[in-house]
Write a protein that binds this ligand. Structure first.
Ligand code: CO
Ligand code: CO
Length: 344
């Protein structure tokens, strides 16, 4: 079967528009005034939140992208896990989804198409989220993802604006998917290294969302195309705090550091650096800087836990299937002249 990575320059979340360009583009949209739109697009949150009644809200999101791995079935699984993740990043449960697919039916066999859809459907089943419809279009490069609707008790919404001073920042998955996939494309990543990245990208963030509800965590995001630094910056800006990271505590995928050292740097790293550069003090070692800026596909949740609960939250997450979970930083009060993000 064809290696899907031969069809793309940079796949997965690396193919997103740069965060700065996106923000400039969004200024043409009208400001939301409907009081039931609790979270719209203006805070850069993972999904929109729309109030249904006194207790519950809907969560609305969509994500799709070109291949981020070689095998079509894996691609379907990863794209679905990634689309569902934005519901989990808001603390919600996914209730139903629609397929979104672009495909070159004249140049690629329909068997590949089927494998992508099968992978997506199995991941959605694992999430107890029925796929209830979809839309397909002819395109030169295949693309796949979901539009997902979720539900949440409104008091459990984990918004970008809700990080508090003193909170401990917890990350549930290791970083480096962009670098390892670049390594795979260049023939420099081992089968084990690539396999670990694929496995991590396929892992649902569903259990982590339930644990956030359980511990009344109020702020989280998932780490995707803008990298750990880009997504952390959205939390810091919207919450009016600073975040100091301990670089050595950030969990890394096996081989990610070695591959960064050999020059496997996706171009998204530089786009993300343009966006965060003014607001962050980066690690001095170039490879670590690349890792915190590396565009992730279907990355982990970055959540803000009150300090007194953090150890318990981490233990629960490790137990629930996120063995790399670690405390990687802390939220500090704002300070004139200090960068919003600091990697020590
Ligand atoms: Co997201
Ligand atoms: Co997204």
């Amino acid at each position: 079967m064809i290696d899907l990575l031969t069809l793309v320059e940079s796949g997965g979340c690396s193919s997103k528009l740069s965060p700065g360009d996106l923000e400039a583009l969004l200024t043409v949209l009208p400001k939301q005034t409907d009081p039931d739109v609790l979270i719209g697009y203006d805070t850069g949150d993972d999904a929109a939140v729309y109030r249904l009644d006194g207790e519950r809200s809907l969560i609305l999101t969509t994500d799709f992208f070109p291949p981020v791995c070689s095998d079509p079935y894996d691609f379907g699984q990863i794209a679905a896990a990634n689309s569902l993740s934005d519901v989990y990043a808001m603390g919600g449960t996914a209730i139903a989804a629609l397929n979104i697919m672009m495909f070159p039916s004249r140049t690629l066999s329909l068997e590949i198409y089927r494998e992508i859809l099968r992978g997506g459907a199995e991941k959605a089943t694992e999430a107890h989220c029925p796929i209830v419809g979809g839309h397909t279009i002819e395109d030169v490069v295949p693309k796949y993802g979901l539009a997902v609707t979720g539900i949440i008790e409104t008091k459990h919404v984990t918004a970008n604006r809700s990080v508090r001073e003193g909170d401990i920042m917890i990350l549930t998955k290791p970083v480096g998917t962009g670098i390892v996939v670049a390594g795979k494309k260049a023939g420099l990543a081992s089968e084990d290294e690539y396999g670990a990245a694929v496995c991590s990208m396929k892992t649902l963030n569903a259990s982590a969302a339930r644990i956030m509800n359980e511990f009344d965590i109020c702020a989280a995001t998932d780490i995707t195309g803008f990298g750990l630094a880009g997504h952390a910056l959205k939390l810091a800006r919207n919450s009016g705090i600073r975040i100091r990271f301990s670089t050595s505590c950030i969990p890394l995928l096996p081989g990610a550091l070695r591959l960064a050292e050999t020059g496997c740097i996706p171009c998204g790293v530089f786009k993300n650096e343009d966006y965060t550069g003014q607001s962050a003090l980066f690690p001095e070692v170039f490879e670590y800087r690349a890792l915190v800026l590396d565009p992730q596909t279907s990355g982990g949740l970055l959540m803000a836990s009150p300090e007194d609960k953090a150890a318990q939250v981490i233990a629960r997450l490790i137990d629930a299937g996120y063995p790399a979970t670690a405390a990687i930083g802390a939220a500090l009060p704002p300070e004139e002249g200090s960068p919003l993000l600091e990697f020590r």
